[in-house]
Design a protein around this ligand. Structure first.
Ligand SMILES: NC(=O)c1ccc[n+]([C@@H]2O[C@H](COP(=O)([O-])OP(=O)(O)OC[C@H]3O[C@@H](n4cnc5c(N)ncnc54)[C@H](O)[C@@H]3O)[C@@H](O)[C@H]2O)c1
Length: 337
């Protein structure tokens, strides 16, 4: 496969690139390297990919037509697209909703406009999100559920992406699969996400914010399971003109307080917990049914939360010690907690 991969410097994109390259595929990576979180971390991920045979990278903005057309003119023989670039993060979408419209809606349309002229293109897999289930309360979340009650602007743009994909499949025959990721975590992860923030706070002996409520739970999905799901979906092409959506989650919802306990164990420090009210943008719980994904592709998650947290902490301690960070965490004495 020759894969055009948007968001290649991002958490999921980096891991998908690693896996595709290991399997001998070509990857044309594209990313704006925006500063929503550490640009250094994005560069460090790219530095792992750069020396590998079959990898090409171009910095550019997906919402800018010329940027996308230029790279695809050079690589007009791409056979597959994995579209992961986005303005991510639920809570930040209250602070800057327009950033989400630009990257996630405009960016998606610009990509599809270019994609529909690629004659060798077989299949587009793009990132949607468990956030589209919004205020739904019936668990587990299934693809057949109504998804018209978003709880954040982020969710609005992810649902809009699914609808956009449907129209492009109908109008131009593009084969597309939207994957609704459920809380991906792991090495090289995102510092804006709770598990990463918790790890930093615990290590530094600083308080971490835990939203009150027994029911606060997430279907945490280890990054290797996310990546194997992306690739399993990519090689499993729907019929021409079909746009489908599939959940990609572990089907194992876990209390967020249990995640904190696992991090405490692996980091060897006690957390200082400050309970606060859950913001309206954060849903109480997520739980994925992956029946449809398994039936279509045979995919199943294999990494337990205990094992995934262990692998994350192993990487986290090495990475943060090597680079330090703005919080001075690498210098912290964890017994302070
Ligand atoms: N990580 C999760 O738990 C999770 C859950 C649900 C959905 N998702 C979705 O999965 C995808 C990957 O998420 P991630 O965790 O790797 O996020 P990430 O922020 O690490 O990666 C996204 C990348 O997209 C790039 N980008 C943003 N706007 C761009 C633009 N206009 N042009 C080009 N590049 C741009 C960013 O620089 C970043 O490197 C996203 O679409 C996200 O919404 C992630």
């Amino acid at each position: 496969m020759k894969v055009f991969l948007t968001g290649a410097a991002g958490f999921v994109g980096y891991h998908v690139a690693e896996s595709l390259l290991r399997q001998g595929h070509e990857v044309i990576g594209f990313d704006s390297l925006n500063d929503y979180y550490s640009v250094q971390l994005k560069k460090d991920r790219l530095a792992q990919l750069a020396p590998q045979a079959g990898f090409v990278f171009r910095q550019g903005d997906l919402s800018v037509r010329e940027d996308v057309e230029a790279i695809l003119a050079e690589h007009s023989d791409v056979t597959h697209i994995v579209h992961l670039a986005a303005q991510a993060g639920v809570r930040y979408s209250l602070a800057d909703p327009c950033a989400y419209i630009t990257a996630n809606m405009m960016g998606h349309v610009v990509l599809l406009e270019a994609a529909r002229h690629l004659t060798a293109l077989r299949h587009i897999v793009y990132a949607s999100s468990s956030s589209v289930y919004g205020l739904n309360e019936t668990m587990p979340f299934r693809e057949s559920d109504a998804v018209d009650r978003p709880g954040s602007f982020y969710a609005v743009t992810k649902r809009a992406g699914e609808l956009t994909a449907h129209a492009y499949a109908h109008l131009y025959g593009l084969r597309q699969t939207g994957l609704r990721f459920f809380t991906a975590y792991g090495p090289w992860g995102r510092p804006d996400m709770a598990y990463y923030k918790f790890a930093r706070a615990i290590t530094a002996g600083k308080p971490l914010t835990l939203y009150a409520g027994e029911g606060l739970a997430r279907d945490f999905t280890y990054i290797d399971d996310i990546v194997s799901g992306v690739i399993a979906a990519l090689v499993n092409e729907p019929e021409k003109g079909i746009s489908r959506v599939l959940n990609l989650g572990s089907d194992s919802p876990t209390a967020v307080s249990h995640l904190v306990a696992l991090l405490e164990k692996e980091l060897g420090c006690k957390a200082v917990i400050e309970a606060r009210r859950r913001p309206l943008s954060d849903v109480e719980a997520t739980w994925s049914s992956h029946e449809k994904m398994t039936a279509l592709t045979g995919w199943r998650p294999v990494v337990s939360l205990e094992e995934g947290v262990r692998r994350f902490v192993f990487w986290f301690q090495a990475y943060e010690a090597g680079y330090g960070n703005d919080d001075g965490v690498s210098d912290a004495d964890c017994s302070a907690g």
